[in-house]
Design a protein around this ligand. Structure first.
Ligand code: DP6
Length: 374
C-alpha cells in the first residue's frame, strides 16, 4: 500500500535575529532569537508525503520540479524522523515498517519564489510536520522543531504560530536547542506586517556563509551575543506579553540594526541593505517622529527586503505613509486601499517606488496544520 499525509507551515520573520552558529552541522546558534509567525493565507508551504515499499528511492518535487534529495540538511531531517519511527516500530510489532520505505515528497509554496522571500523556514517546517504525521510520531512541536532546526536554523521557529522563541540551549548535542511559544496569535492578533519586496540583482551572501564569516572575524559580534541579545531577549519577551508595541517596535528596529552592524563589522564586510532599504528605514523613523510614538517598526534579514510591523489600529497611518511613496507598486489589496481611502495622484513624491517591486500585506498567524489529502 501507499501511506500518505500532508501539512502546511508558515513563514516567520525574526524580530530578534539568529546570526551565528556554535555548531554548523546541527545548526546550533550563538544566541536565542524571537520571531513572529505570519499568516498562512498569504505565505505558506504545503507538503504532501507518501511512503511505499513499491517506491525505489526518496524523491522530492519542489514547486513541480523534481529535485534529487542530495542536500545534507534534508538527509539529516529524514534520518532523524526515520530513527524515531523505527524506535516506535521496534516497540509495537504490528506497525507497518514505514521507516524502511522510500518517501515521495511534494512541496509547494503559495507565493512566488521570485517574490524574493526566504522560504526555507516554511519548507523545512512543512516537511518535518508532514512526515511526523505520516509516521504517527507524537505531535510535540518543540521536539519536532529540533529536527526542523537541522534543516535550517530559522525553520524551528515555524513550528508554532504567534510569537515564538528559539531557545539556544547549551548542550553539545543540541537536544535543548528548540522552539517554544511565547504567546499565541490570539494573544496579540492586531499585529500586522507589510513585506516590501525590493528589486535587487545582486546575489546576497548566503546566511550560513555570512554567519561563519561574522563569527570568525567580527569583534562587535562578541558584544552582541554576550551583552546585547540576552538582555534584549527578556525585554522583547515582556513587550510581547504586555502587548507594548512601542517597546516591541523599538527593540525590533534596534536588533535589525545590530545584526546589520555585525555584518558590516565582518571582514570582509557583508552588505545586505541597499539604498532602497535605507530610505525605508528613514521613512519609518520620520513617521514615528511625526506621530510622536513608535507605531511602525522595520526589520531586514539577509537581503534588502523590508518587513514593517504595525498594529491594526495604525494601519491607515502606516500604509498611508507608505502609499505616498509607493502608490505605483503592485500588491496592494484594492479593497484595502479603498477602505482606507488612500489617495495619491499616482505620481509618488519620491523615487522610492522604483526600488520596491511588490508589497505583501499580512499579519500574525497560526502554526502548522495537518491537511486532508486530496
Ligand atoms: C537573518 O535560518 O536561513 O534570517 O541555519 O544556515 O539555514 P541556516 O540559516 P537561516 O538564517 C536566518 C538568518 C536571518 C535571521 C533569523 O531568521 O533569525
Amino acid at each position: 500500500g501507499v501511506y500518505t499525509a500532508s501539512a502546511t507551515a508558515p513563514v516567520n520573520i525574526a524580530t530578534l535575529k539568529y546570526w551565528g552558529k556554535r555548531d554548523k552541522k546541527l545548526n546550533l546558534p550563538t544566541n536565542s532569537s524571537i520571531s513572529v509567525t505570519l499568516s498562512q493565507a498569504d505565505l505558506r508551504t504545503h507538503t504532501s508525503v507518501a511512503a511505499s515499499s513499491d517506491f525505489h528511492e526518496d524523491k522530492l518535487w519542489l514547486n513541480d520540479k523534481l529535485e534529487s534529495i542530495k542536500s545534507e540538511r534534508t538527509i539529516a531531517c529524514l534520518a532523524d524522523l526515520r530513527k524515531l519511527r523505527k524506535e516506535m516500530e521496534d516497540q509495537k510489532s504490528d506497525l507497518p515498517p514505514l521507516s524502511t520505505y522510500p518517501l515521495h515528497i511534494v512541496s509547494e509554496n503559495n507565493f512566488p519564489t521570485a517574490a524574493g522571500l526566504a522560504s526555507s523556514a516554511a519548507g523545512f517546517a512543512a516537511l518535518v510536520v508532514a512526515i511526523s504525521r505520516l509516521y504517527q510520531l507524537p505531535q510535540d512541536m518543540s521536539e519536532i522543531s529540533k529536527i526542523a532546526r537541522k534543516g535550517s536554523g530559522s525553520a524551528c521557529r515555524s513550528l508554532f504560530g504567534g510569537y515564538v522563541a528559539w531557545i539556544m540551549g547549551d548542550l553539545e548535542n543540541g537536544e535543548d536547542s528548540k522552539a517554544v511559544e511565547i504567546a499565541s496569535a490570539e494573544h496579540w492578533p492586531e499585529m500586522k506586517a507589510a513585506i516590501l519586496v525590493i528589486s535587487d540583482d545582486k546575489k546576497d551572501t548566503p546566511s550560513t556563509t555570512g554567519m561563519q564569516s561574522t563569527v570568525a572575524s567580527s569583534d562587535l559580534f562578541q558584544w552582541r551575543v554576550k551583552e546585547v541579545v540576552p538582555r534584549r531577549f527578556e525585554e522583547m519577551k515582556s513587550s510581547i506579553l504586555e502587548k507594548d508595541f512601542a517597546k516591541f517596535g523599538e527593540l525590533t528596529m534596534k536588533d535589525s540594526n545590530s545584526f546589520h552592524a555585525v555584518c558590516l563589522d565582518s571582514y570582509p564586510p557583508i552588505f545586505y541593505l541597499n539604498d532602497t532599504s535605507k530610505k525605508i528605514i528613514k521613512l519609518i523613523h520620520n513617521l514615528n517622529e511625526t506621530e510622536n510614538a513608535i507605531i511602525a517598526a522595520y526589520t531586514f534579514d539577509a537581503g534588502p527586503n523590508a518587513v514593517i510591523y504595525y498594529e491594526e489600529k495604525n494601519e491607515k497611518k502606516v500604509l498611508g505613509s507608505l502609499y505616498e511613496h509607493l502608490s505605483s507598486v503592485s500588491g496592494w489589496k484594492d479593497s484595502l486601499v479603498n477602505e482606507l481611502n488612500l489617495t495619491s495622484d499616482g505620481s509618488s513624491n519620491s523615487d522610492l517606488h522604483k526600488g520596491v517591486s511588490r508589497i505583501i500585506l499580512t499579519g500574525v498567524g497560526e502554526g502548522p496544520q495537518g491537511t486532508n489529502d486530496s
